[in-house]
Design a protein around this ligand. Sequence first.
Ligand code: 13P
Length: 262
Amino acid sequence: MRRPLMAGNWKMHLTLDQAEALARGVASGLAAQAVSDQVEVVVCPPFVHLERVSRALAGSPVALGAQDLFWEDEGAYTGEVSGPQLVDLGCRYVIVGHSERRHVLGESNEAVRRKLEAALRHGVRPILCVGERIEERRAGRADATVANQVRTALAGLTPEQARQVVIAYEPVWAIGTGEHASGEEANRMAGLIRDQVGELFTAEVAEAVRILYGGSVKPANVAEFVSQPQVDGALVGGASLEAEGFVAMAAAAGGRQGGGEA
Ligand code: 13P
């Protein structure tokens, strides 16, 4: 059985005080719902807020994640942040290959692969993001694009490493747009991703890997995704910035009441 995962990507939002308040709100809301046995919850603040959020989450089951990392462990890499530095701050997860990094900052599949390896080397679980652009979907190349992203990123990992990876299917056209894939299509794409993992590794690894959907997930539509058999939770951007709604989505992913309201 795969344990559902609800992850919040706070992107480049919030002041330090706002980030701390949100972290406290998520931790206390989750405690009130008593769903942490059924669902794993992760928040990914900006790097500069990690330490404060880490303190705010101390003693709660909410895990800390970062939004990126560099593939080298240390050195003259101005502006970059390493795996060991994330471990030091208590990060258990790190987002790798988010579409905003691929498409706004030009990150290649090869860069994504090196970052994934670095995260695994330091015992930080990567949340690997994949997803097609609207032109690729219109041209009938969504499946091939996503399969290629998965295969390039995971190439060279051992089966033990591969099973640590969480994969988020985030169609680029659905991110921050209010448009989203249908539950059925999210399920089909998650199945396609699982098939790639099975071909690269083993059926057992494919069964173990958690696959999330991301792209305009909100309390009002989360149930459509987390009820799909191939979808093991969600990676949420905008709607993760509000504690009550985020906790409701986590509860929905954990199979409890809480999703559904606007
Ligand atoms: P939105 O939920 O704001 O569409 O963002 C999705 C996302 O990019 C999460 O990583």
